[in-house]
Design a protein around this ligand. Sequence first.
Ligand SMILES: Nc1nc2c(ncn2[C@@H]2O[C@@H]3COP(=O)(O)O[C@H]4[C@@H](O)[C@H](n5cnc6c(=O)[nH]c(N)nc65)O[C@@H]4COP(=O)(O)O[C@H]3[C@H]2O)c(=O)[nH]1
Length: 835
Amino acid sequence: MDAARTRVLIVNADTREAGRLRGVLEGTEAQAMSGHLFRVECVTSLTDAAEQLTRDDITIVLLDLALLPADNLETCGQIRALAPDALLLVLAEAGDEARARAALQCGAHDFLLKGDTDARWLARTVGHALERRAAARALRFSETRFRAISDASPLGIVVTDAQGLCTYTNDAYQSMSGLDARHVAGRHWSCFIHPDDRARVQLEVAAVLQSAKTFSGEMRLLQRDGEVVWARMHAAWMTDDGAPQGCVQTVEDITDRKKAENALLQAEEALFDERERAQVTLNSIGDAVIATDSQGRVSYLNQVAESMTGWSAPEALCRPLSEIFAVIDGTSRVVATNPAERAIAENRRVGLAMDCLLVRRDGVELPIEDSAAPIHDRRGRVTGAVIVFHDVSQSRAMAIRMAYMAQHDFLTGLPNRALLTERLAQAIGQAARHHKQVALLFIDLDFFKRINDSLGHAVGDQLLQCVAERLIGCVRATDSVCRQGGDEFVILLAEIEQPQDAAGVADKIHQAFLEPQQVGGHTLQITLSVGISVYPDDGNTAEAMMRNADIAMYHAKAQGRNNCQFFTPEMNERAVQRLLIEGGLRRALGNQEFRLHYQPQINLASGAVTGAEALLRWRTPDHGLVSPTQFVPIAEECGLIVPIGQWVLREACRQIRAWQDRGLCVVPVAVNISVVELRRPGFAESVARILYETGVPPHLLELELTETRLMQDAESSMSVLRSLKSIGVKLVMDDFGTGYSSLSYLRRFPFDVLKIDQSFIHDLDSEDGDAGIVGAIIGMATHLRQKVVAEGVETEQQLALLRIRQCDAVQGHLVGRPMEADGFAGLLAGGMPAR
Ligand SMILES: Nc1nc2c(ncn2[C@@H]2O[C@@H]3COP(=O)(O)O[C@H]4[C@@H](O)[C@H](n5cnc6c(=O)[nH]c(N)nc65)O[C@@H]4COP(=O)(O)O[C@H]3[C@H]2O)c(=O)[nH]1
């Protein structure tokens, strides 16, 4: 029963009063009024009270204020300290309320006036005090529980007042904001939001809370050290009678989720970019691309594949590949193996068989080249295949065209050197097996260069085309007419019985060209030089056959052109010799191997030296002196005569100048000029320049031109000769009498001197020698007011006859051999005895 009683300690020095109070509290009325059963103990001093409080579990202490010193109410606090859970009520005299209130400040829970201590008031007061204490305890406990819940929550919790200033934050929020409670308290909740999000969130919160709803939104918090924390906030108003008292916010740290979302977003964007790139790439490349799944059903087509197959991507998707990508063998026309199937089955990259045709949806066939490769998933399993292919119609046509061009001459369409070599090698092989012969005809147009230079390249090209046609007309279909390049053609006669068959063809060719050609409005008479080599006698390889036919052709040229020559071994020697000379000539100028000798010309009437001919001498390190008759024609053929001729002109002029400078009475010096030089543009200017540079008067220079060569193209030489004449140099026609000059030409050509060819002079010695011809030449020259020089005078008899015929001057071994410049200077200094 005692355990259920509320224990009360009365501390009062007035034992009577204490007893009364005890009676009241333990009475039934007090119990009824308060709802408590009280057990009351009484002590009369504070000392006893302290002892009792330490010992017993006292619930209520009724302390008489009179026991306390008037100016010290600290005892209240000491009693509270001894029994913290006890309820301390102070009994005060009426009129002592001020001290009673002061006691409340010092730890007392309530006070009673001694006049109000009847059963009803005392019990009610004690009862109320107990209830308040219980309520306060419950509140404390509730607060403790709320704080524990709040601190245990992973969510941040913020409580603000009506102005939005933080009044409470839990641990989670503090760690999210990066601040402790002290720094958070009293600050506006929005301070912790990232500046970029702050205004937006404030607006949203204000809008939502105005309509009394709860707010929910995402934002960033910015910590003091710059760390950003993503948060989701829920907020709700606390109201009292509808008036906002503050706000409660829960804040969830969603940084990890945001990071994950961002990572996902980035991954999605990267994937999108990758797809887009792949898509654009696949549509931009010129190749068609088709992908299939592992069952061979189409899963992708790019735009090129759509146009090449004739199937749009939506139509083609999920259809069997063989339906969309129908390929057949171009030769057998059977269905070709599907490369995707092979790539999947063999799990490797495979190419399509050569010569495959893609049959488009509309039946059009396209030649294609392709390859297929398996597609793998992450674990390396084959999930399909991709075929890449392209239309090779153009490249095939191009390859055929290029192969043709590589083997044919673009101008005439004839097989070129490469194809000829191939065919010749085949023909030799076949002839060897069948014991037959093969003939090769090397054909060169005579004087083609002149036509090309004078009439232009367009006419030259047309002429070559006409020549090609005529040549084709001269042979059988089984023979090959080829163009070597330039004006050279080659005819291959496979399997002839005897060399005469080739001669027959050559003859037929010459006959065919007797007829003039009409080209570009010009009538052109063409002749050909033909060289023939025959297998096996003249070579058993294509190379030897070609070389020897070429040599034979050169020989034909040397024989005066417009003829045909079979190759002979001697020709080969000559060809070798020619090559050696050509090589030597190329070095000769640089090595200073040339010199000029001077042969005097004597006036027959006076016996004085009236002229000289400069004659070129070439002393080679290997073969000694080489005659101009040997090397000048070769130098003309290979064009070296131009730089050599310029050297001769300059050297002769330099020498004239040197003689003049020595005070000698210099006579005109004749320099031999090749028609090759004469026909080069700018020749006359070069002569003028050399005269100017060496300071030689033009009348001391004579230019000798051979009649035969000049007459081959008399018209084109005319203007150059006139230019030379205008410079003031004299012109000499050499070897006169051998070139069948027509009288009209002789009259028109501005020659000053005629040199009678040596052959006529030699004839003067013979029994049947015709002095009449020499006399006629001299007579004609006199008529044309030209000086006459007899060349190659070797005997007194020749000299006597020439004197009778009144020839102007003579040149020959009899009157003076070609000599060094110094020797000739001696002649000039000493004079020449008259004959
Ligand atoms: N049998 C004999 N021969 C005599 C007699 N007197 C002179 N000769 C030779 O006859 C040739 C005369 O020269 P060409 O008719 O102009 O014939 C020249 C000329 O056409 C050519 N040639 C010489 N020098 C040059 C040159 O500088 N330029 C050019 N383009 N041709 C040259 O080479 C040809 C031969 O020249 P070379 O061998 O020097 O031969 C010279 C000379 O040495 C003689 O009494 N009897």
